[in-house]
Design a protein around this ligand. Sequence first.
Ligand code: HEM
Length: 227
Amino acid sequence: MSTVNKSIMAYFTTSVGKKQIMALTGLALSGFLLTHLLGNFLILVGADAFNMYAHTLTSNKLIYVAEAGLALIFLTHLGLAFNLTVENKKARPQSYYTKVRTGRGATLASVSMIYTGLVILGFLVSHLMHFKFGPVYYVEMNGTQVRDIYRVVIDYFADPLQAGWYVLAMITMAFHLGHGFQSTFQSFGFNHNKYSPLIKKLGITYAILVSAGFAGLSVWGYLQSSN
Ligand code: HEM
């Protein structure tokens, strides 16, 4: 193995390297969330607009490449999260409670990242099962049979427990995203008297807006069915 390859391997095994990769993959996932939310807003325009949008996306062969990339990024983020949690526990076997009480800059959001992350994982599994791999109905649009994904979404949110679960999951996601954004900059050693607090506020604003957008759509879906 060449010296360059050896240094790359060494970088991936250090905890700083792992944290930086987690930060970058987290940033990429946040970018996906924003595009997903903007696309989902088409549901407010109506069934035709939403179904046509979903059909255009899923009928493009490039979607498989995008999905594989997204899965790889997500699994890397997840794998490193577990790995770093286990390593941290081994290195410092004190409880999170002690860590919060003793300060050292820890916040509720920072110590609970693994738990809020697990909720997002559970959410994602249930989300994909119900929507992507959920019921398949067809409608005809411009002479083409397209999947009536609008109906799948509206039917799902008709159940107040399911709409409520989405709202809860999105509140949890807001904590995860809010902390994740600022720690991205910390992982790269960025610490600035003026800009760090600004980055923190920006991350929290982004997290609240994106999570509120998804939660709002869930409530809107529920209200559609109860009208
Ligand atoms: C109100 C909230 C949401 C709605 C209405 C919604 C809607 C949808 C729909 C309809 C699909 C299936 C698209 C298709 O196969 O035609 C989908 C896929 C997906 N959603 Fe969501 N979504 C929501 C929130 C979220 C959140 C918060 C996340 C991430 C934490 C997420 C991650 C995904 C992923 C990863 C896929 C699969 C994408 C692909 O394979 O191309 N969604 N969503």
